[in-house]
Design a protein around this ligand. Structure first.
Ligand SMILES: Cc1ccc(CCc2c3nc[nH]c3cc3c(=O)[nH]c(N)nc23)cc1
Ligand SMILES: [Zn+2]
Length: 373
């Protein structure tokens, strides 16, 4: 028995986009869904209550970072990640594969696993697929990711082929090591770079092992958007219709909509929280860089069409002032709005699918948001 149950409610007649529901031990997730990133067991600058105010249904945390600090044993002793961070809704943890590989030259990849140096104190560490699963079992997230290698971009065919085949062997080792199948759903991750035949090979190998859900990895690694959309176009149809599909590391408003159109159910991205801390907001008319002098005496809300707490109570002039003074409240108000913006966008997308008008919704949104398409 798996920890999650996916119900495919409807497929949009206009586009092939899917409306679904995932039941987890910590509650239900409506898809398509955007998942706020909370790498260090916190969605930066937000309290769990504020996340609930904006209807966040699931948040992400990170195996590599929590293993490094405070250590997965401590989190386990605290009763697991939900208790430790006071979040009683679903959590998904990434396996740490991507993070270890983004450490760059500090790491060595072997069949057994990956040797790397800590980004905190330079100490030597080794993570194997078994170790990654041990950490994720200790953290206790409802959905956990297999330990994979996200091939860099660009990368030659030979490298990508060897890498995806090792990722397949690691995926089997993860499934064999995973103890807690009733409480934690292990997702397989499809790799294969930007090569159609390698994506087909990886999708076949990973779905042959069999998982309750599948992630599309190896994208959002610097490739041009048209290439990402093309890879999605031929990869999602290779995945089982009756299982959730998670596109890792995506994305901006246009990428979310384009991903849903190509059959993706779950997304994550650091953008909304990261650009907030740099003083930038997503709005229905495109991005607003709050620190810009043109907003000095602009007493309108960030987004006149937004009904979030930030937009109901503060002006661009005030938020610009906070950003210029590097005030903590600037990050909080901008993060609250950016997360609300993406969560509301996905709610509107779900409604559009329900009403078989997602393509019309996409065209209106792109027109207003200022995307030249
Ligand atoms: C907390 C948290 C942060 C980040 C992530 C996703 C991180 C991420 C990618 N981000 C952009 N592209 C990505 C590709 C991969 C990938 O191929 N494999 C894995 N395991 N993660 C990826 C998950 C959780
Ligand atoms: Zn707002």
């Amino acid at each position: 028995m798996s920890a999650i149950k996916f119900e495919l409610i409807k497929t949009c007649k206009q586009t092939g986009a899917r409306l679904g529901k995932i039941q987890t031990p910590h509650g239900e997730i409506q898809t398509p869904i955007f998942m706020p990133v909370g790498t260090l067991a916190t969605v930066k600058a937000m309290t769990p209550e504020e996340l609930k105010d904006i209807n966040a249904q699931i948040i992400l945390s990170n195996t590599y970072h929590l293993y490094m600090r405070p250590g997965h044993e401590l989190v386990e002793k605290a009763g697991g990640l939900h208790k430790f961070m006071n979040w009683d809704r679903p959590i998904l943890t990434d396996s740490g594969g991507f993070q270890v590989f983004s450490l760059g030259p500090l790491r060595k990849i072997k069949e057994e696993g990956v040797e790397f140096r800590s980004h905190i104190d330079g100490s030597k560490h080794f993570i194997s697929p078994e170790k990654a699963i041990e950490i994720e079992n200790a953290l206790g997230a409802d959905i956990i990711m297999a330990f994979d290698e996200c091939a860099p971009y660009p990368a030659d065919r030979e490298y990508v082929k060897n890498s995806l085949e090792r990722t397949t062997r690691w995926a089997q080792r993860c499934k064999d090591a995973h103890k807690n199948t009733e409480r934690q759903a292990l997702f397989g991750i499809v790799q294969g770079g930007m090569y159609k035949d390698l994506r087909e090979q990886s999708a076949k190998e990973i779905t042959d092992i069999g998982f309750p859900g599948y992630a599309i990895g190896g994208l959002s690694v610097g490739e041009p958007k048209p290439i990402m959309y093309e890879v999605l176009e031929y990869t999602t149809p290779l995945l089982p219709e009756d299982k959730p599909r998670y596109l890792m590391g995506v994305g901006s408003p246009d990428d979310l909509i384009e991903g849903v159109l190509r059959g993706v159910d779950m997304f994550d991205c650091v953008l909304p929280t990261r650009i907030a801390r740099n003083g930038t907001a997503f709005t229905s008319q495109g991005k607003v860089v709050a620190r810009n002098a043109i907003y000095a005496d602009d007493f309108r809300p960030l987004d006149p069409e937004c009904d979030c707490y930030t937009c109901k109570n503060y002006t661009r002039a005030y938020i610009r002032h906070l950003v210029k003074c590097n005030e903590i409240l600037a990050s909080r108000l901008l993060t609250y709005h950016n997360l609300h913006f993406l969560l509301k966008l996905m709610e509107d997308v779900r409604t559009a699918i329900q009403e078989d008008r997602l393509m019309d919704f996409r065209n209106e949104f792109f027109e207003k948001y200022g995307y030249t398409k």
